[in-house]
Write a new protein. Structure first.
Lengths: 285, 450
């Protein structure tokens, strides 16, 4: 029974990773891909990536992006899930549909929508803030190096938040009501009930969300492509954008692109291990 | 094609045919010679052909239909956006797919040639005649190491635009003729409350957008980015560096006269944004933006966007994009036939595609005979002052004269850095000196990435 599963996983998951590893130690351009002959280069591609200052800028931006989006998602998801889990709060089907809707939007479309919203002179966001009297001059959200990276986190959080809400909401429904009733009898207020009952019971699911969302946020690409294309300057160059540009812009250095992607994969794996050791195992023991 | 044009072409064809038989004319003309190699059917047979191109209106649907009607061969097309095209082509090529014809910007072309995607055309029937009709800068793109590697898609020259009503409102008689006047006009427009951001630059990330704007202004002031030996010309006191200092000063941290959207817009989007009527000047960039800014369907200020040349002696830059026969073709004879439909002559001996692009999209042609024909004069007239544009055209040099690294494989990674560093400079994060110093260092880094 295990063998077919292993074979399937190897074909679907392991093969691309191993192939990327293989490409990363070879010279791979268009001509080599066409001919199927890849001269071995050893660690040369890794050396080139690691000594490229732009790669480190991309890693720094990726870490900032990941930290902001993952923390925001967890906090907002818990808040919304708690709200819609309240017995006294009635949510219509339309509301539930709207909460889930962003997750159904293709990432590139999401990026384009927000690109229009962020437009400096003609964007909806500036118009809204201007009409509400919040601003008196338009703000260059995606075109200012000080705000651009934060600007792209918002569409990303908006799109991926429903995933976290669903998981947290499902976990909340699994918490026995009796625990809250007993706590109320003992005089615990809402905050204490949340601290002593809800949060501990949510730790496992939060750990899972942290692992998954961190892995996905590390690989953010579509919103960057649609909204800023890495700019202004290098303000929004992230790791996946770096790999893409190295691989798919002439001179199409797929070997170096694969090396950068492989380094990124190793970083994600390392962070996942840290999460597993520091968070997940602790909460499951 | 309109009936009127066909009638005119037929009349010219009759005259030209007679003249040619008398030995009075050379072989090339924009209009009709039905008896050339373009009208001969290939000896081999194919069921279908394909091309991989970037999108532009419905030109590819139309030309495919015509090819199918003329030769009975179906055309499959793979069409992506301009920015995605190199990626699409690269992945198809790498995956071993058949590609008969594709296209390239002048920046990608040397790379495609170096990587073996491009088939030389010299020995193909009629190829030399096409090359003889190329404009000078089309030759610089399409001829690589003395070999003919492509046929022209379109050509363009960098021009300035201004919004005439706004100039009138400012009580300024004529647009600027020096960079000092340019600053004066913009500062006045801002001070008088006529325009918050008087100039819209094309400074979005790209190969010819932000870099092209810097190249053009550097060239216009008498500078280049590299000398004939390939040494950089970005050092202290260089024209390129001083131009960048001047340019950066128009942004927020300086005079604050540049529209912040400048850093995002590409050619067409900048023309659309300019059409909103909020800026006084736009430029310098591709001439055909006028067909957006002066199109009543797309621009509230249509008809009021005027074209003008650059300060001083008016020197500007130009480039040409090309179609090429891919080495991954399924049948060279037929692929050549298809290539001619896109970048050369159709069965009837006309430059159908080049003529259509001039009339529909205000694009210039890589063929001298088309550029000198009435097609340009009448075709461009609805959108701009044609004699003025052609005057600017005559003062243009191929973009590689300014930045010769476009022939090098490291030009792409270096341009990535150029986009980053210059945007950082324009947004006040680094000075022009630091920017240029970083770009000088970046040349070696870019070479290592290749």
């Amino acid at each position: 029974m295990n063998l077919p599963t292993l074979a399937f996983l190897a074909a679907i998951l392991a093969y691309p990773v191993i192939y990327a590893g293989y490409l990363s130690v070879h010279k791979v351009g268009l001509a080599q891909l066409r001919r199927g002959e890849f001269p071995f280069t050893g660690w040369e591609n890794y050396g080139r990536v690691l000594e490229d200052p732009l790669f480190w800028v991309a890693i720094k931006n990726t870490l900032i992006f990941t930290a902001i989006t993952v923390v925001s998602e967890v906090v907002i998801a818990v808040a919304i899930a708690l709200l819609i889990n309240q017995a006294g709060v009635w949510t219509s089907r339309v509301t539930r549909f709207l909460i889930l809707l962003p997750y159904a939007i293709p990432p590139i479309c999401n990026g384009l929508i927000w690109s229009f919203m962020y437009s400096f002179q003609f964007g909806f966001l500036n118009r809204l803030l201007f009409s509400a009297g919040v601003i008196d001059q338009p703000i260059n959200w995606a075109g200012n190096p000080d705000t651009a990276l934060y600007a792209v986190t918002v569409p990303y959080i908006w799109r991926t938040l429903p995933f976290a809400i669903i998981l947290v909401h499902a976990a909340l429904q699994g918490i026995p009501r009796e625990l809250y009733e007993q706590a109320a009898i003992d005089g615990a207020n809402a905050w204490h009930r949340f601290r002593q009952i809800t949060l501990p019971m949510l730790q496992q699911i939060i750990a899972i969300i942290l692992i998954l969302r961190t892995a996905f946020a590390f690989a953010v690409f579509e919103e960057i492509l649609a909204i800023t294309q890495g700019g202004p300057g290098d303000a929004t160059w992230v790791a996946a954008w770096y790999s893409y540009k190295i691989s798919f812009s002439p001179p199409n250095n797929f070997g170096m692109g694969a090396a950068s992607a492989f380094i990124l994969a190793l970083m994600i794996a390392a962070i996942a291990l840290v999460y597993l050791r520091a968070v997940y195992r602790r909460v499951t023991l | 094609m309109t009936d009127d044009l066909i009638k005119r072409a037929l009349r010219r064809r009759t005259v030209l045919g007679g003249a040619a038989s008398l030995g009075l004319m050379g072989p090339m003309d924009a209009f009709g010679q039905a008896g050339g190699p373009w009208s001969q059917p290939p000896k081999s047979k194919v069921d279908r052909l394909n091309f991989v191109v970037w999108t532009y209106g419905d030109i590819y649907a139309r030309i495919s239909k015509q090819f199918e009607a003329d030769w009975g061969v179906k055309i499959d097309s793979t069409i992506s956006s301009f920015n995605d095209h190199p990626t699409k082509l690269a992945t198809m090529y790498a995956a071993g797919e058949k590609i008969d014809v594709s296209q390239s910007s002048p920046f990608s072309f040397p790379n495609f040639v170096a990587q073996g995607l491009v088939e030389p055309l010299d020995d193909l029937p009629g190829a030399k005649d096409y090359a003889n009709d190329f404009t000078p800068f089309t030759k610089q793109v399409a001829m690589v190491n003395g070999k003919l590697m492509g046929l022209p898609y379109f050509a363009t020259a960098w021009v300035w635009n201004y919004y005439s009503d706004m100039l009138e409102k400012l009580k300024i008689d004529k647009p600027f003729t020096t960079y000092e006047e340019f600053i004066e006009h913009c500062v006045k427009a801002k001070k008088d409350g006529v325009s918050r951001y008087p100039v819209l630059w094309v400074a979005g990330v790209g190969l010819e957008q932000l870099p092209g704007t810097w190249y053009q202004m550097t060239w216009n002031r008498g500078g280049t980015f590299f000398d004939k030996q390939g040494n950089h010309m970005l050092g202290p006191g260089s024209v390129a560096r001083e131009t960048l200092k001047w340019w950066a000063n128009t942004f927020e941290k300086g005079l604050d006269i540049a529209d912040p959207e400048s850093l995002k817009v590409q050619f067409t989007t900048s023309a659309k944004a300019f059409g909103a009527g909020k800026n006084l000047y736009r430029g310098p960039n591709h001439h055909y933006g006028l067909n957006v800014a002066n199109d009543p369907a797309q621009s509230p200020i249509a008809g009021k966007v005027k074209v003008m040349g650059s300060p001083g002696n008016g020197k500007t830059i130009a480039d040409a994009h090309v179609y090429f026969l891919c080495t991954a073709n399924r049948n060279k004879e037929w692929a050549w036939k298809l290539l001619q439909y896109l970048g050369g002559k159709t069965k009837d001996g006309q430059y159908t595609q080049a003529i259509g692009l001039a009339k529909d999209a205000m694009l210039g042609s890589g063929y001298q005979s088309v550029m000198q024909s009435d097609v340009i004069k009448t075709g461009w007239a609805p959108w701009g002052d044609v004699p003025e544009i052609l005057k600017i055209w005559d003062k243009s040099a191929y973009i590689a004269e300014v930045c010769s690294s476009i022939y090098q494989p490291w030009h792409f990674p270096w341009t990535d850095q150029l986009n980053i560093e210059v945007q950082k400079c324009l947004t006040g994060q680094i000075s022009a000196d630091v920017c240029c110093d970083n770009l000088i260092k970046g040349i070696a880094d870019a070479k290592r990435k290749v």
